[in-house]
Design a protein around this ligand. Sequence first.
Ligand SMILES: [Zn+2]
Ligand SMILES: [Zn+2]
Length: 493
Amino acid sequence: MRFSLKNNLLIPQKHDSLPISQIAHIPQPQQNLNFAFNRELQQLLTGKQLLLDDLPLPFEEIQTHYEHGYVTYRKGIEFNGKRPICTRCGNKDPHWFASFPCSRCDEICLYCRYCLMMGRISACTPLIGWNGPAPNIGLPPNILEWQGNLSEGQTTASNRVVEVIKQNKELLVWAVCGAGKTEVLFAGVEVALAAGKRVCIATPRTDVVLELTPRLKAAFPKITVASLYGGSEDRHLFAPLTIATTHQLLRFYHAFDAMILDEVDAFPYTVEESLQYAAIQARKPVSSMVYLTATPNQKWQKECRAGKRPFTTIPARFHRHPLPVPQFIWCGNWQKLLQKNKLPANILKWIKQRIESNKQVLIFFPHIPLMEKALPILRQFSPTIEAVHAEDPNRKEKVQKMRAKEIPLLLTTTILERGVTFPNIDVAVVGAEDSIFTESALVQISGRAGRSAAFPDGVVTFFHYGKTDEMLKARRQIVTMNREGIEKGLIDV
Ligand SMILES: [Zn+2]
Ligand SMILES: [Zn+2]
């Protein structure tokens, strides 16, 4: 859009005007306390940064709210000299910008391709926000209605989370796979809500949002919960508690007093700088940040050890048994054998033993073609063996069948490295030396075994053609956590 400056106000007009990004300073009018603002707009805009197209209201009404000091305009694209920066996603890579003939400013207009899926941000786009009071949130007498108990390890972490949320600080909760990290948040979320704070739980994966939403709704039954992912219906819902994919955070600005980032190490958060930028933008300048993960990256682990990053561990599972420690078995050049439609004898023996004793198995392969070559070979043991990968249209169905014990053995890529629980399985990795199997992936994979209290043990075997550092680091991390769990009295020995 084009604006001109009049009486220290931005006024939209076609002539004698500039696209918003070319206006040096955007004036922010003082709030007119006698102005009767639109409550619907207040709900839509509080803590947000939206495009005109996102708002179901005429522009004239938004402009009136701006003139009375209740709406803010920010430039969709800022320029650092000649270099553009997308205000919404933080993209500054010139390759991710393009130009188009724009009907809103009648110029060739620069836009950000990086966050295009959330609606186009161009050099003439005002990012619209709220500058008035936040909507009132009525609180029920009982906020948290969860009846469960925390384990000793969970209690320690839960107390730390409460303190950090009260004091607007940062904390990493490093909880082993199967420790029960969601429950550790409940007391902190309750304290935040009771203080009138807005809380967000964000995670890179939609699956996790869908899994967390009913659990949080059950724990906080009288609190409005907004559940946000691509295509969700809660997009315009103003809520004290928001559960969102990290992508959805791109629509928020200075919204949350308490931000909780779950699975910070999971794809795509780790690889996409824009999502980290979004998480920071979505926080209020004074706010708390809690990171949750079972597998912090090397940098974070080092910072923890050096005392530079505040953290707390939950080194043991709720059922008080140690984590299964992976065993390493050399299997020679398995890829070469696979080209001849064979698998190493020790792998076949390992699998055969389990099929014969009716123990369910999850086997990880580094790449889809290799896995698909192995499938017909393994079907000699049982015709119901299946393989699954990210693009598999029957992915959910196969995982369901595995849960129902209709499949004795499921071959998979790293897609099932996290987020799935089968009660009683053994786990193997074929080709653990492959670079796709990072320390974090291998810890997560090992974490699939022994999760249920009824079957706390499980065998984890890494078949390899040469040990890697990542394999050693993964095993060391698991052994260290078990030792810590024993020392703290959280594991029964
Ligand atoms: Zn334009
Ligand atoms: Zn962008």
